[in-house]
Write a protein that binds this ligand. Structure first.
Ligand code: FES
Ligand SMILES: [Fe+2]
Length: 343
């Protein structure tokens, strides 16, 4: 399968950065191939502007912030937080001098950026996380990870429950997961690949947290929402109590993993993630253990994905598809239609 969806969906919210990483200092990021400078004004409001002065295209991130304004580090053109040039030291501000400004919204500890038509930037379109902030759910997050591949190769990974057996044998997967087929379903907002693994030995990451002994029925839910947000749900219940439609056992382990992909360009992706779990909400040691274990496992994905990009770039022979590529294929096909509809 080639990429199947060229370009990017622009009318969408992407995770730009952890909200607490953007301060009064100037931060330069590349998102969807565009250079963007981010900072906070004196009252804490986040600002995102094109990171290129219209005069000689010096990155504005090489200049300095003065309150709500950015001063270019070459000849002093000064821009307000909407990107309009408000001062030019040796003349009146040139009327055409402006830089693009990007809508931002803060949610789930992240700063989200809207890369399309600013008039369409509705924060209600940011992914909904129903249990966010609920006191019975524990939270942990890890550092943003840069993967050196096209984001759609990360999508392959996040909508494919089968890879855990081979990529994560010491944490998320083991041989008992290998052969059970996947069920793929499509919705208006994305695609899900899921399966129940019945009467299985709990994989190492989960085993130490389960509140029951012995074999488990395990649910794997790998969901991708357009354009680049993954929700991965893991459920473990005592063997014999799981399966489609079964009520959730009182000792069920539930972990929802949220993975937000931000394309840097066609060869790099930033990957933001956090987990919500249905037990020990205040236990900082468990949160730290989750973060450390998940970071180690995602590092295993990163090694694979970096090598996939190199393989795709350099191998002269054609690729083949497997049955478990169905979810990714559907996702790419629908996303390509959405990108084409944006013109
Ligand atoms: S390059 Fe920015 S003012 Fe000249
Ligand atoms: Fe993985």
């Amino acid at each position: 399968m080639g990429l199947g969806a060229e370009g990017y969906l622009r009318n969408a919210w992407y995770a730009a950065e952890w909200a607490d990483a953007i301060t009064g200092a100037l931060t330069s990021l590349e998102i969807l191939g565009e250079r963007i400078v981010l900072f906070r004004t004196d009252d804490g409001s986040p600002v995102a502007l094109e990171d290129a002065c219209p005069h000689r295209k010096l990155p504005l991130s090489m200049g300095r912030r003065e309150g709500d304004r950015l001063v270019c580090g070459y000849h002093g053109l000064t821009f307000d937080s909407a990107g309009t040039c408000v001062a030019a030291p040796t003349q009146s501000a040139p009327p055409k001098a402006c830089v693009r400004s990007y809508p931002l919204a803060e949610r789930y500890g992240l700063l989200w950026i809207w890369m399309g038509d600013p008039a369409a930037a509705d924060p209600a379109r940011i992914i909904e996380i129903p249990q966010w902030g609920a006191p019975e759910w524990g939270y942990n997050r890890g550092p943003v990870m840069q993967v050196d591949c096209h984001y759609l190769y990360v999508v392959d990974n996040l909508v494919d429950p089968t890879h855990v057996t081979w990529v994560h044998p010491g944490s998320f997967g083991d041989a008992s997961c290998a052969a059970v087929p996947i069920e793929t379903t499509s919705a208006s907002d994305g695609v899900t690949a899921a399966r129940w693994l019945m009467d299985a030995r709990p994989a190492p990451f989960y085993a130490k947290f389960l509140q029951f002994a012995g074999a488990a029925d395990r649910y794997q839910h790998y969901e991708m929402r357009y354009p680049a947000n993954a929700i991965i749900k893991a459920v473990f219940v005592p063997a014999g109590t799981g399966g489609h439609g079964a009520p959730l056992h009182s000792h069920a382990f539930c972990m929802d993993s949220f993975n937000f992909l931000t394309p840097v360009n066609a060869r790099a992706t930033r990957y933001f993630w956090f987990q919500l779990r249905n037990f020990a909400p205040q236990d900082a040691a468990i949160s730290e253990e989750f973060t450390a274990d998940v970071r180690d496992a995602f590092e295993e994905d990163r090694v694979i994905l970096n090598a996939v990009q190199i393989g795709m770039d350099t191998s002269p022979t054609p690729t083949i598809d497997l049955k478990n590529d169905l979810a990714s294929h559907r996702f790419r096909t629908a996303l390509a239609r959405m990108i084409a509809a944006e013109g």
